[in-house]
Every structure is written in structure tokens, then in C-alpha cells.
Design a protein around this ligand. Structure first.
Ligand code: FPP
Length: 260
């Protein structure tokens, strides 16, 4: 039933030129993407999964550019979850290598285009060389005022909440905070995305209809959009289609449209 409900998204009726048709006053400020389906994309072509991930990097390059052009302010992409360590070591190593290559190859262009790169997740558990590269990229682009590109690596929504709860518990134990001061707002200040608005739109590619531990707290009132396209096939046209669909929705945040 759900698949049927969302199947209307799978016919791509948009071209890159349709970006002009979007309502400029209702562009989602923050879009989050679960970039799924690299493996399936490769399998369909009889290719190794590694090539699917490499094609996924290309798709990301295009979407960062498209999002900037459309006027999206924040793009958060799910690159590696706290559960992805369960994959074969060779695939994990390849993904880590790709993150490193991405920074080597893209940093100049991203910086020149004003993109501010941030990493969210338990990055302290990654290889030190990669951590160093990530920190350098964050530092180099930290003052940029264009698109904020949050890359979630070793990220899990539950782990993020645990981290916040532990920080808060420590503050309470140290008598720096009262129990009554634990609110939605104070919890937010302990999340990786503490200074950012919640995602307006969460996109997941490749047909699965779930959040897979992505931005669990932040997506409470996000609009969700799913497509059967695998991530390596995801283009500006798909992003435009997702935003056009978002613009048709009425967001009430639990309230009423016309309260009397
Ligand atoms: C899910 O596809 C994708 C991932 C676990 C990795 C996402 C990584 C990229 C798109 C590579 C580039 C990222 C950066 C930040 C440079 P899957 O492997 O689960 O596909 P499947 O479900 O079809 O097997």
C-alpha cells in the first residue's frame, strides 16, 4: 500500500529547466538524503559494488551543485551509518578510501563555490589520517557562507541521542543544569546539528521506505520523499521533482491549517 502511495514519484516528469518553475519562496532550507542503492545499481549492470559506490560519489557531486543552484541552504547526506561496520571489511575500507578521495578531489571546487563542509557522527572512531583530512576540510571551509554540506559518517540517530543524554546527565550531576531545564531546546543543543534547522525534506533513493537510523530526532516533522531510482542515477531532475512535490504539501507541525 505504501509503495503504491509513493509510486507516483517514480516517473520522472521533470528536466533541469524546471528548476525555474519551483516557488523560490518555498525552497526547503534543509534537505537530507539517504543515498541508498549503490550496490543494486552495480548489480543491475553486472559490476562490483565498489563501482556502485564510485558512481555514488559522482551523483553526490552533481547534487551538491544542483542544490546550491536551486538555493537549498543545508544538505545533509548519509554516507556511512554506525551499522555499516557490519559490511565486509573490503567494502568498509573502500568507502573510507572514497571519503578521503572525495576530500582530495573536491575540496578546491567546494571551497571555491562557498560550500561549508561539516561532518556529523562518531568521527573520532575513524582512521586518524581520515579524521585529519576531515578536520582540515572543516577548518578550510568553516567561514564559507554558501551551502552547508553535512556529511554523516559513522552516524546513527540513536547514538546521537545517547550522546546528548550522556552530556546532559553529566551537567545535571555536576549541578550545572536542573532536571526541569531538560527540554526539546536543550536536547537540541547537544545534537551534531545543534545550530541548524531540522530537515524540511528527507529523500531516500532506491525504493526502501524507512529512515534507517538517520536524523531520528531532527526528522520528527520532516516531509519524506521516496524514489525507486538508485542513488547513482539520482540527478538534478530528481531533486527538482522532490522539491516540487514538497511544495505541494501542507505542513502543519501537529497544528491546524486554519485555527479558529
Ligand atoms: C548505500 O548503498 C550507500 C552507502 C552505504 C554509502 C554511501 C556512499 C556514497 C554515496 C559514496 C560517496 C560518499 C561520499 C560522502 C564521498 P548500498 O551499498 O547500501 O546499496 P544497496 O542497498 O543497493 O546494496
Amino acid at each position: 500500500m505504501w509503495r503504491k502511495l509513493f509510486s507516483r514519484n517514480n516517473k520522472l516528469n521533470y528536466t533541469v529547466n524546471d528548476a525555474n518553475q519551483l516557488d523560490p519562496d518555498n525552497i526547503p532550507a534543509h534537505i537530507a538524503i539517504i543515498m541508498d542503492g549503490n550496490g543494486r545499481w552495480a548489480k543491475k549492470r553486472g559490476l562490483p559494488r565498489t563501482l556502485g559506490h564510485r558512481a555514488g560519489v559522482e551523483a553526490l557531486r552533481g547534487i551538491v551543485k544542483a542544490a546550491t543552484k536551486i538555493g537549498v541552504q543545508i544538505l545533509t547526506v548519509y554516507a556511512f551509518s554506525t551499522e555499516n561496520w557490519k559490511r565486509p571489511a573490503s567494502e568498509v575500507d573502500l568507502l573510507m578510501q572514497l571519503f578521503s578521495e572525495y576530500l582530495d578531489n573536491e575540496i578546491d571546487e567546494l571551497d571555491n563555490n562557498g560550500v561549508q563542509i561539516r561532518f556529523i557522527g562518531k568521527t573520532d572512531e575513524l582512521a586518524e589520517t581520515l579524521q585529519k583530512k576531515m578536520a582540515e576540510a572543516e577548518q578550510r571551509t568553516g567561514c564559507n557562507i554558501g551551502l552547508i554540506l553535512n556529511i554523516a559518517v559513522n552516524y546513527g540517530g540513536r547514538a546521537e541521542v545517547i550522546r546528548a543524554v550522556r552530556d546532559i546527565a553529566q551537567q545535571v550531576l555536576a549541578k550545572k543544569m536542573l532536571i526541569e531545564e531538560i527540554t526539546e531546546q536543550s536536547i537540541k543543543t547537544h545534537l551534531y546539528t545543534c545550530d541548524l534547522p531540522d530537515p524540511d525534506l528527507v529523500i531516500r533513493t532506491s525504493g526502501d521506505l524507512r529512515l534507517s537510523n538517520f536524523l531520528l530526532w531532527q526528522s520528527a516533522y520532516s516531509e519524506l520523499w521516496f524514489t525507486d531510482s538508485n542513488w547513482p542515477d539520482f540527478r538534478a531532475e530528481h531533486l527538482i521533482q522532490a522539491i516540487a512535490n514538497y511544495q505541494l504539501r501542507e505542513r502543519r507541525f501537529g497544528g491546524l491549517k486554519n485555527p479558529k
